[in-house]
Design a protein around this ligand. Structure first.
Ligand code: SAH
Ligand code: AVI
Length: 323
């Protein structure tokens, strides 16, 4: 974890060695995969913003509508002078709903792996909320994090919207929720958005849209590997695939090789057979009971929850048991 304010723009050198290690490990495994957190370079963060506007991607619209309806209730449960800590804050758009409804929040710590998204969001929030102290943290929220002292002196509210928790397999999701509980501290609350199961006829187009924006988001991983690891993969030799895995209750995204091919990455030759896939993302879809069980395994208690029914989506306010 390192602080955004101390770094200059450009390629994230600190992360490059782990990027190389993770890419080579993922692409030399028997079943090839890449960690989804690497989607979010500058171009990937912009493509994600474009996904949020797509007619097929109901997630952002649904959660935003639900939050808009329930923020007055949430605000009533947030203590005075509380600090808000957001995991995977991106453009911090949903955050504004909370900040507008809960002016008692006077410190905001957005945590994100995308340097450009974090810097742009901090600049824009500083302009809109001059009285808010914004302390951006650039880094991986699955790695150890130290919160600023200003936060540790206050009541803490965590915020984890967008169903980003769904990008983690159940055991990893429990680990993340548990480490968030330790990080946020005694008496903390944690507001988490989790997408709920719905028909594959709605889910699959949300991850395979007609305009091909999600395909470009997926293929941008290959573009990033080319740029940062000096490779020359032709993204057009792969196709984007989104599939509903009913057994595991998740949408999977893959990049499928269109032909037999060998690519050079960081001095290694990687061979693909025609039809072989790189598994790039899981997006788990929950039930209210299933998400509650994960949160409880991680030591949280569900203090309140709200669900939208047209495009089922859940917002859960978790409390540490001693709260
Ligand atoms: N919260 C926003 C953005 C969700 S997109 C919303 O609800 O719309 C997921 C965000 O999490 C991206 O901004 C991405 O850069 C960030 N992210 C993904 N994996 C991460 C990780 N391991 N550590 C920190 N940030 C991560
Ligand atoms: C960030 N995350 C919750 C998104 C999702 O829906 O799983 C990322 C995404 N992948 C494809 N479209 C959007």
């Amino acid at each position: 974890m390192f602080n955004a304010q101390r770094r200059t723009r450009g390629e994230p050198e600190i992360e490059n060695s782990s990027f190389r290690t993770d890419v080579l490990r993922g692409l030399t495994a028997r079943r090839k995969s890449l960690p989804a957190k690497y989607f979010y370079d500058a171009a990937g963060s912009r493509l994600f913003e474009a996904i949020c506007e797509l007619p097929e991607y109901y997630v952002t619209r649904t959660e935003t509508a639900l939050l808009t309806r329930i923020v007055p209730e949430i605000s009533a449960l947030i203590p005075q002078r509380a600090a808000l800590v957001e995991f995977g804050s991106g453009a911090s758009v949903k955050t504004r709903l909370l900040l507008d409804a809960a002016p008692q929040l006077d410190v905001y710590v957005p945590i994100d792996i995308s340097e450009t998204a974090l810097a742009d969001a901090a600049r824009s929030l500083n302009a809109t909320y001059p009285a808010l102290t914004v302390l951006p943290l650039l880094g991986d929220f699955t790695a150890p994090i130290t919160l600023p002292k200003l936060v540790r002196e206050r009541p803490v509210v965590g915020f984890f919207p967008g169903s980003t928790i769904g990008n983690f397999a159940p055991a990893a999701a429990v680990d993340l929720l548990r480490s968030a509980r330790t990080l946020l501290g005694q008496g903390a609350q944690f507001l988490v958005g989790a997408d709920l199961v719905k028909p594959p006829s709605v889910l699959v187009p949300a991850y395979d849209d007609a305009q091909g924006v999600t395909a470009a988001f997926n293929k941008n991983l290959l573009v990033r590997i080319n740029r940062e690891l000096g490779a020359a993969i032709d993204p057009d030799r792969f196709r984007h695939r989104a599939v509903w895995n009913a057994t595991d209750s998740r949408i999977e995204m893959h990049l499928v090789s269109l032909q037999d091919q060998t690519v050079e990455i960081a001095g290694r030759s990687i061979t693909f057979a025609a039809g072989e896939s790189i598994h790039t993302e899981n997006s788990y879809k929950f039930t209210v009971d299933g998400f509650t069980a994960l949160a409880e395994q991680a030591g949280w208690r569900v203090q309140a929850s709200w669900a939208d029914s047209d495009f089922p989506f859940g917002v859960f306010l978790l409390a540490a048991p001693d709260a």
